[in-house]
Structure formats: C-alpha cells, structure tokens
Design a protein around this ligand. Sequence first.
Ligand code: BJ8
Length: 428
Amino acid sequence: MSDTVETVDYTEMWEGLGLNVPAHCALLKAIGPAYESVYLSQENRPEGMGYFDFVMSEIHGLRIQELQDHKADGGTVIGTFCVYVPEEVIRALGGQSIGLCAGAEWAFPEVEQVLPRNTCALIKSFMGFKLGKVCPYIESADLVVGETTCDGKKKAYEVLGELHNTHVMELPQMKRPEDRALWRSEVDRLVAELEQLSGRTLEADDLKAAIKEVNDKRRALQRLNAARAASAAPISGKDALLAVQVAFYDDVPRFTQMVNAIADELEARIEAGVSVAPADAKRILITGSPMAIPNWKVHHIVESAGGVVVAEELCTGSRYYDTLVPEDGETVEEMLEAITDKYLGVNCACFTPNEARVDDILRMAEEYKADGVIHYALQFCGPYQFEGFTVEKALREAGIPVLKVETDYSMEDAGQLSTRVEAFLEML
Ligand code: BJ8
C-alpha cells in the first residue's frame, strides 16, 4: 500500500456485498473522527505508524477490495472471532483469515431482539454489525469459524448460523489429555470443512509455509512489544494495541514487514533514549477481555491521564503473539499436532483451572516493569469478571497495585472511569 493512493469510491463494492450503504457511511463517519482524536492527536509517534493510519483510513475500502480480488483468484475468506482458530490451516488452504468487527456499538436495539440484554458488548457488537449490514468483512466471508468458548458466544453462533455460513469448533474447557484429544479432532474437523469449501487438499508444503508466515507475523509483534519493556517508552500503548488489532485482518507478509520496520525504529529510539511519555509516567499493564477494533477506550483514558500502557495480557495482546508453532514438522500430521498444542496453550478465562494466566500476568508485570495493573472486564463477561478476583488476589500478594474496571463500549462512564484511573495513577 502507498500513502499516496487517491480517494476511491467503493460504493459499488459495498452495494455488491449487500451492505446497508447509508448506515455503513454513518459508521465510517463515526470511526474517522474517533481515530483522529484518539490517535492523530498523539505527539512524537513512531514514523512507521503512518502505515496504520493509512490502513485505518482504508479499513472498509482497499483491504475489502483486496479480499474481493483474492476471492476472484479462487481463494476464500474466513471470518473468525477468537485466537483459538488456527489461521495457519486457513492460509494453507488458500484462505485469508479475517478477525471480524466486534469493537463498536451498532444496532444494539435490533440485537436485543435476538440476544439477551445482559450479553457482553463484544457479542452484541458482532451481531449488530451483521444485523445492521454494516460489516464488509463478514459479508465477504465465505465461512465464519466460531468456537465454544463462553456461553454467550456459543449461543450467539446458533443465531449467527441462521444468517451466515458458520462452522463452530468445540473448544474444551479443561486441558487434560482427553481434552487435548478432543481439540485435536476439532482441528481435523476444521481441515475437512475448509478442504470441502476450497476444493483443495491440505498439503505439507503449504502448511509448512503458512506456519512460517504466521510465525513471522507473531515474531514481528514480539519484537515490537519487547521494545515496550524499555524504561523510556518508545511507543504509546494505544499504538501498540492498534498494531495487534490490525494483525487480525491485514495481509500477512505486508503486515510483518511494516511491524518489523516499526520495531527497527523503536530499537533505535531506545538507543537514543527517545520516549513518548515523561520519565515519571506510571507504567500500566492491562489484562482481561479482548479489545477489538475500534475499542481503544481504556488505553486512551490511561494515557490521557498521564500514564503509559506498556503491555497487554489480552487476546489483542500477548495471548495472540506470545507463542509460535514449532517449525520442524514435516508431515501434515506432525504439523497439525504442533498446531493443536500451540492453540491449546492459550490461557483464556473460559478454561478451568486457568492458573497459567495468572502466572503470565505476574511474569509480564515484572518484564515490563509495570507500576500497576488494570484488570479490564467487559460488562456481562463472566469468565473475566470471575477471574478478576483470582488475578487481584495474586497481584496483591505479589505487592503489585491493581485496579479492576468493568465497562462496555459506550462513553457514558468515561468521566467516572477517568476519575478512577487518575486516582489509581496518583496512588502508584
Ligand atoms: S481466547 S477471550 S478471543 S474466547 S468478552 S465473548 S469471553 S463474554 S472474547 Fe475471547 Fe477467544 Fe477467550 Fe480470547 Fe465471552 Fe467475555 Fe464476551 Fe469474550
């Protein structure tokens, strides 16, 4: 992508996808200014973030056009909502894996006619985008792959399944050998579904190449995030969060190259002692429910209050990029075994017990020199609200200050949240 691309009218493409074009334009009109005020108002951003400004300006334009071109060339587009869905398998079978829109309030009154009101904002959001016909990603998707994680998602996929071609993977809720065997069989079932959809057979060479490409993407994110451990923060938390959010739907090799370029820049900034935050800015680790694009609310509040977010133990954070699939497998069987283990290793609150997540948080708090931790749970997100107690207890025992926040996508509580965050930062 170049930053000199002329403005293109995508209306015909959006109409072809069956979008409600006036409603869709209203959505874009809301996201543009939000991005400007949250992102473009920052000072001293790494130059490489210009790529993400461009990606955001074309979020429903050029990238959607690329997906249509990919489909015209015989490829598939596969929508996902969870980091457990193995994107290596999707890529190896000619698919583009796309994390679907789920980070903004849209058509909630319509959603509440098909889902209970006390459903988390993330689920309501993806259902609102579908019912309101404003998401070109889901309308481009040949298949949506869901998973049996929390109860809300499980049941929402039943409703979504009536509106869109949907495949649900059964994710076990424990990590015993018999659970692993179930998950292994679910990986096979996904392979079979994608083979049928694409008309291809999973080949070892393709799977090996896909593992390498996705690992390279995660390695680039690891580099970018490792730079945030420096005492002088070389990048804001908002910018680092955006990079992971975009990782779910951007072209993989291009994204990897761009993130590596930012990592180069951050490493040079560390050498030169360049920081985006004052030396005494309090360093915050955020953990909890995922923050899908354009949910930047808590990061924006923390950084507007003078803190700096240095790490995220989130699915839009370390849970996405921390672990890789070993690259030494040669047969399809060996590689699917490795994929099974890598994904079952993610520590989501849907699992019980889930002590490894607490270990991850404690390790990250130390690695990133966090002064305090914010535990973020979406309202009605039972798994993360429940684990909030365990996490808080472990952090207090370790002597690490913690603030628990429960919120949604509306800005109604922004003032109250800011006050709590300011008080927390002052106390650190
Ligand atoms: S691996 S966190 S992406 S399931 S916020 S819908 S948990 S009620 S999204 Fe998730 Fe996969 Fe786990 Fe990550 Fe339910 Fe909570 Fe809503 Fe959630």
